[in-house]
Design a protein around this ligand. Structure first.
Ligand code: 13P
Length: 249
């Protein structure tokens, strides 16, 4: 019932020339995908990515978006600016932003609302740190992050939002959560959404991805889990062949 969605997160990689090459390598490899395909790219690559993906089944996202419509926010980019470029998705609250750039549950909520107001589809990231997992706090952390991120967001917006569960200890480390662990935590997130909205909303409208060292080798098993609706792919999204294998899980 929930259409799978596989998104790449290029992070701070790829020049404009790299963007052209990667997208043109990717297009024929993912053209028959049975899922939504998204690439989230650096701001400087967005215009190129939109132009190169035109007429294909690949959608383009940014890696962040500011919460204000406009104003004195040096170095930031608004949702309206992204929409004007033809961008459709925006990652919000990635753990690297939370870790290195002072992102909080409150700014994640503000960015999510601004994205929705402008017609962008936010990919809202949640996930626990290694020390939180080891302290048995995974549930507490993802419930809090999810609850705060969705504050004042009406249920008719749920179809426009994707949640990405990314355990921080699994990002870029080669350590994947076991498919059962990922499924169990995503179930906790879905139950949280059921409490915040309604069980049917959570079941039918909310797509939740797994992210963290997802690659061609583990994608099939992860995607077979009933709660996992997709993936947010870092390293493996930088190679057309690897990303296409995940997309064609
Ligand atoms: P890796 O796939 O490189 O672990 O990165 C995951 C991630 O952070 C995607 O947003």
């Amino acid at each position: 019932m929930r259409r799978p969605i596989i998104a790449g997160n290029w992070k701070m990689n790829n020049t404009i020339a790299d963007t052209k090459t990667l997208i043109n390598d990717l297009k024929p490899l993912v053209k028959d995908a049975q899922c939504d395909v998204v690439i989230c790219v650096p701001y400087t690559d967005l215009a190129t990515a939109v132009a190169e993906t035109k007429g294909s089944n690949i959608k383009v996202g940014s890696e962040n978006v500011h919460w204000a419509e406009k104003g004195a926010f040096t170095g930031e980019i608004s949702a309206k600016m992204l929409v004007e470029l033809g961008v459709e998705y925006a990652i919000v609250g990635h753990s690297e932003r939370r870790q290195y750039f002072g992102e909080t549950d409150q700014t994640v909520n503000a960015r999510t609302k601004a994205a929705l107001a402008a017609g962008l589809k936010p990919i809202v990231c949640v996930g626990e740190l290694l020390e939180e997992r080891e302290a048995g706090k995974t549930e507490e952390v993802v419930v809090r992050q999810t609850t705060e991120a969705f504050k004042d967001i009406p249920d008719d917006e749920l179809v426009n939002i994707v949640i990405a569960y990314e355990p921080v200890w699994a990002i870029g480390t080669g350590k994947t959560a076991t498919s059962q662990d990922a499924n169990d935590t995503i179930k906790i997130i879905r139950d949280t959404m059921a409490n915040l909205y309604c069980p049917k909303c959570a079941e039918n409208k909310v797509r939740i991805q797994y992210g963290g060292s997802m690659n061609p080798k583990n994608a099939t098993e992860l995607m077979a889990m009933p709660q996992i609706d997709g993936g947010l792919i870092g390293g493996a999204s930088l190679k057309a062949e690897d990303f296409s294998k995940v997309v064609n899980f």
